[in-house]
Design a protein around this ligand. Structure first.
Ligand SMILES: [Zn+2]
Length: 97
Protein backbone atom coordinates (compact mmCIF):
# COMPACT_ATOMS: atom_id res chain seq x y z
CA UNK A 1 0.00 0.00 0.00
CA UNK A 2 1.14 3.53 -0.75
CA UNK A 3 1.00 6.22 1.91
CA UNK A 4 1.48 9.96 1.52
CA UNK A 5 3.94 11.77 3.75
CA UNK A 6 1.98 14.56 5.44
CA UNK A 7 4.83 17.03 5.10
CA UNK A 8 6.16 16.70 1.52
CA UNK A 9 2.99 14.92 0.24
CA UNK A 10 5.01 12.49 -1.85
CA UNK A 11 3.84 8.90 -2.02
CA UNK A 12 5.86 6.17 -0.35
CA UNK A 13 5.65 2.48 0.35
CA UNK A 14 4.15 1.77 3.73
CA UNK A 15 7.53 0.50 4.90
CA UNK A 16 9.15 3.87 4.17
CA UNK A 17 6.90 6.04 6.32
CA UNK A 18 6.18 6.10 10.03
CA UNK A 19 3.51 7.63 12.17
CA UNK A 20 5.18 10.51 14.01
CA UNK A 21 4.13 13.11 16.52
CA UNK A 22 3.96 16.51 14.82
CA UNK A 23 5.31 17.99 18.06
CA UNK A 24 8.00 15.53 19.13
CA UNK A 25 7.66 14.26 22.67
CA UNK A 26 11.21 15.36 23.48
CA UNK A 27 10.12 18.99 23.18
CA UNK A 28 6.87 18.74 25.02
CA UNK A 29 4.51 17.06 22.58
CA UNK A 30 1.89 14.80 24.11
CA UNK A 31 -0.29 11.96 22.89
CA UNK A 32 -3.04 14.52 22.41
CA UNK A 33 -1.00 16.04 19.58
CA UNK A 34 -1.94 14.88 16.14
CA UNK A 35 0.22 12.22 14.58
CA UNK A 36 0.92 12.03 10.90
CA UNK A 37 2.78 9.75 8.51
CA UNK A 38 6.15 11.25 7.64
CA UNK A 39 8.81 9.93 5.28
CA UNK A 40 12.33 9.42 6.60
CA UNK A 41 13.65 12.57 4.97
CA UNK A 42 10.91 14.85 6.31
CA UNK A 43 11.18 13.28 9.73
CA UNK A 44 14.92 13.94 9.81
CA UNK A 45 14.51 17.52 8.59
CA UNK A 46 11.71 18.23 11.04
CA UNK A 47 13.69 16.86 13.97
CA UNK A 48 16.86 18.64 12.88
CA UNK A 49 14.93 21.89 13.02
CA UNK A 50 13.67 21.19 16.51
CA UNK A 51 16.85 20.39 18.42
CA UNK A 52 16.21 19.17 21.92
CA UNK A 53 19.27 21.04 23.14
CA UNK A 54 17.86 24.43 22.09
CA UNK A 55 14.50 23.53 23.53
CA UNK A 56 16.09 23.25 26.94
CA UNK A 57 16.96 26.96 26.77
CA UNK A 58 13.38 28.04 26.13
CA UNK A 59 12.00 29.33 29.45
CA UNK A 60 9.15 27.16 30.71
CA UNK A 61 6.64 30.01 30.58
CA UNK A 62 7.33 30.45 26.85
CA UNK A 63 7.07 26.78 25.94
CA UNK A 64 3.31 26.71 25.29
CA UNK A 65 3.67 29.57 22.79
CA UNK A 66 6.74 27.98 21.24
CA UNK A 67 4.80 24.74 20.69
CA UNK A 68 2.00 26.71 19.03
CA UNK A 69 4.53 28.38 16.73
CA UNK A 70 6.15 25.04 15.84
CA UNK A 71 2.78 23.48 15.08
CA UNK A 72 1.84 26.47 12.90
CA UNK A 73 5.13 26.13 11.02
CA UNK A 74 4.53 22.45 10.37
CA UNK A 75 1.04 23.19 9.05
CA UNK A 76 2.36 26.01 6.88
CA UNK A 77 5.02 23.88 5.19
CA UNK A 78 2.69 20.92 4.85
CA UNK A 79 -0.05 23.09 3.31
CA UNK A 80 2.36 24.71 0.84
CA UNK A 81 3.53 21.28 -0.36
CA UNK A 82 -0.01 19.94 -0.56
CA UNK A 83 -1.05 22.98 -2.62
CA UNK A 84 1.85 22.46 -5.06
CA UNK A 85 0.65 18.91 -5.56
CA UNK A 86 -3.01 19.93 -5.96
CA UNK A 87 -3.93 18.12 -2.74
CA UNK A 88 -5.39 20.96 -0.68
CA UNK A 89 -8.67 19.08 -0.23
CA UNK A 90 -6.86 16.17 1.38
CA UNK A 91 -4.79 18.55 3.48
CA UNK A 92 -7.93 20.18 4.81
CA UNK A 93 -9.59 16.84 5.51
CA UNK A 94 -6.57 15.68 7.46
CA UNK A 95 -5.69 18.81 9.42
CA UNK A 96 -8.96 20.71 9.78
CA UNK A 97 -11.13 18.16 11.52
ZN1 LIG B 1 8.13 13.59 3.30
Amino acid sequence: MKVRCKLCWEEFDESEVKLHHIIPKCIGGTDKDKRAYLCKKCHAIWHYNLPKLLWEFVPDELKPNAIKAIRAKFLYISRQNARKKGMLDEWEKFFLD
